[in-house]
Design a protein around this ligand. Structure first.
Ligand code: ARG
Length: 677
């Protein structure tokens, strides 16, 4: 992509360097906030003048005298202590608009890069046995937008959904299944309600109540031990009497029945583990004797993982796969509603890297990068310290032999550079993982795993802030649970229905539903995109569904309005396509026309800015400004009733505005546009 900014940067930089007798000096082109100063400003003169100890204003004047921006800008003006103000020529703007008009509506005259890369984007990456909640929203949609932007720029993008489907989750999920099994058995035999469902609620409610919580946890632990003993086959071993047959039948059970249950059982195991911390409750285990009850999940994980690898114990593995499948099915339903391009072909979860982990640790050891430290295998990358000033370890294997999140990430990175041939890897996660990725990148560099054929891949961590509730705390449902994305989208669509109803009560019901879908989902996405990704933001349905302001409905309405102008034109017998085809001149003599035209010609700058920092809000800000400029134009310049000499230009401005909004929203942000609202 080459924007006007790039051209100005190059030409003015050249003139500045020549005047100053330097090899190279950046022009530092900025877009101006106030049209009084033109469209762009070159700010590079001052630094050079300082370096040469010369008068900056004089230097600026000399540079301007040397400059030839002929077709692009009016004669530049020197302002203040040495700024160079630049104003685009209407003829240039007109020629740009004609070029966009003549080209493909999906490219809007923006050329793909000549330096195409293979870019791996690791995003969404939910953990298993959970329904997607609001915490997954940002990684999923910001990652998707980054993919779309990079694809548009001409790169080969490889999407990777790094699902959390191994690690301690494995043990906890199987433990959850075990509780589900035991509770179902009790239900069948004695008609007891499913205990984990009841107790999950009770544990949540008892938070903070020491005594009652202790009593409940003790009861759970006692029952656990009894059930465990009762499930033991004297010959075959643990879990063979009841749990084994349960697991055998598990994959065949219908999704609607088991999916809500397994999620609940998994939450139960997680919450229980948190609750029993510090209670001193223990539980006997086969291998390690008596352990603290809070450590059970962590304790059984490697054991179960090992068992699952043995073909004679396939039932854990099959049950696990089924949970994974159920998780992903629920994710795909959400991806589809969100317009996010992620499918089974992009799944490569943590479990996929398991076979590579021993070699990761061995290699690090062999090269002397990793060493044993307190029983664990660690790398100590330089520059990282604990609060106490000790070297901070990047642990790749625990003392019990288990591998970690970090080990998997090293294997994945090596795979992506080596096998997927990534020139760049982008990881999209929340800001809490900053240190993990800093250390990962450092260790990968030390091991040389970020290089292929001597070329270094660029490693990028794209972070984002939290979604907050109106109370300024991370958004939670009234029950204290995370808000499920599905519920969030349902509510947004429900509320959007009211907006549509108010705007356009006479539309057929089916149309209303379709528009409400686009507006509701669009509003949630757009609100997220329009905030600087590194900040937290407050989630507000009222704000995101407002018809005025920088919102999806405002943008969608702006688009629909232009389409309605076009439909009106057609109905008056104006054939827009033939009027715009082969247009050769434009008349941008009205200030509002020129202003809108300039903005249209600068779409590529917004895309470039969005890509440079992986910031979708550069795009939403551009689109919002575009809609506002269109509004001013439309108020001041009649289109259909324009004099015949003016009409083609104005129709073109309408058409290009619609095309740009459509492209920005639907191609780059994945937000549906509607023809009517
Ligand atoms: N599953 C992780 C989580 O939910 C995110 C994974 C991000 N990607 C990665 N390669 N570590 O926090």
């Amino acid at each position: 992509m080459r924007t006007v900014v790039d051209i100005l940067e190059q030409r003015i930089g050249r003139a500045l360097a020549d005047t100053a007798g330097l090899d190279h000096s950046p022009a530092i082109i900025r877009t101006t906030a106030d049209p009084k100063f033109g469209d762009y400003q070159a700010n590079g003169v001052m630094a050079v003048a300082k370096q040469l100890r010369t008068n900056p204003r004089k230097l600026a004047e000399q540079v301007v005298a040397k400059l030839d921006l002929g077709e692009l800008c009016e004669t530049p003006e020197v302002a203040g202590p040495g700024f160079i103000n630049l104003r685009l020529k209407p003829e240039y703007v007109a020629s740009e608009l004609l070029r966009i008009n003549a080209g493909d509506a999906n490219r809007l005259a923006i050329k793909p890069t000549e330096m195409a890369q293979t870019v791996v984007v690791d995003f969404s990456s939910p953990n298993i046995a959970k329904e997607m909640h609001v915490g997954h929203l940002r990684s999923t949609i910001i990652g998707d937008c980054i993919c779309r932007l990079l694809e548009f720029e001409g790169h080969k993008v490889v999407r990777q959904n790094h699902i959390g489907d191994w690690g301690t989750q494995f043990g906890r999920v199987i433990l959850g299944l075990w509780h589900m099994c035991m509770a179902e058995k009790r239900q069948e035999e004695n008609g007891e309600p499913l205990y984990f469902a009841e107790e999950l609620k009770a544990l949540r409610a008892l938070a903070g109540d020491g005594q009652e919580l202790h009593a409940l946890c003790t009861k759970i632990r006692d029952r656990h031990e009894n059930d465990w003993r009762a499930d033991k086959d004297p010959e075959e071993g643990d879990g063979e009497l009841v749990f084994g047959p349960f697991l055998q039948g598990f994959p065949e059970r219908p999704a609607e029945e088991v999916w809500p249950r397994i999620q609940m059982a998994y939450q139960y195991v997680n919450l229980l583990e948190e609750c029993v911390v510090g209670m001193g409750l223990t539980i006997p285990t086969r291998q390690a004797g008596v352990i603290d009850y809070k450590d059970l999940g962590r304790h059984v994980t490697p054991m179960l993982q090992d068992r699952a690898k043995d073909p004679r114990n396939r039932q854990e593995w099959l049950a696990w796969n089924r949970v994974r499948e159920l998780t992903m099915a629920s994710c795909y339903a959400v991806y589809e509603r969100l317009g996010v391009m992620l499918g089974p072909e992009h799944e490569r979860g943590e479990s996929a890297y398991q076979p590579m982990l021993p070699d990761v640790v061995d290699s690090l050891r062999d090269t002397g990068l990793a060493a044993d430290s307190a029983g664990a295998v660690c790398v100590f990358p330089p520059g990282f310290q604990t609060k106490e000033g000790e070297p901070l370890p990047f642990i790749v294997q625990k003392s019990d032999g288990a591998f970690l999140y970090a080990t998997t990430d090293l294997a994945a990175l090596r795979y992506r550079v080596g096998q997927l041939k990534a020139d760049r890897i982008i990881y999209v996660t929340d800001a809490r993982q900053i240190q993990h990725f800093q250390m990962l990148f450092k260790v990968a560099e030390m091991a040389g795993w970020d290089r292929r054929n001597g070329r270094k891949a660029q490693l990028v961590h794209v972070t984002f802030g939290s979604v907050l509730g109106e109370d300024g705390k991370p958004l939670k449902a009234r029950s204290g649970e995370n808000v499920k994305l599905k519920d969030l989208l349902d509510e947004a669509v429900e509320r959007a229905k009211a907006v549509v109803e108010e705007k356009n009560p006479d539309l057929p019901a089916e149309k209303k539903t379709q528009i409400a879908q686009a507006v509701g989902v669009g509003a949630v996405k757009y609100a997220d995109y329009s905030n600087n990704r590194t900040s937290d933001y407050v989630f507000s349905f009222d704000k995101m569904l407002a018809m005025d302001g920088n919102t999806a409905p405002y943008m969608q309405y702006a688009y629909a309005r232009i389409r309605s102008i076009e439909r009106k034109a057609q109905s008056k017998g104006v054939d827009i396509a033939s009027e715009l085809a082969g247009m050769e001149t434009l008349d941008l003599s009205e200030p509002a026309e020129l202003d809108l035209g300039k903005h249209l010609a600068r779409y590529s700058e917004a895309i470039e800015a969005a890509i440079a920092d992986y910031k979708p809000n550069c795009l939403t800000a551009y689109l919002y400004e575009l809609a506002q400029k269109f509004s001013t134009f439309y108020t001041n310049c009649p289109v259909l009733d324009a004099p015949p000499t003016k009409r083609p230009t104005r129709l073109l401005l309408c058409d290009l505005t619609a095309k740009t909004i459509r492209h920005g929203l639907s191609e780059l942000l994945g937000i549906a546009v509607v023809e009517q609202m």
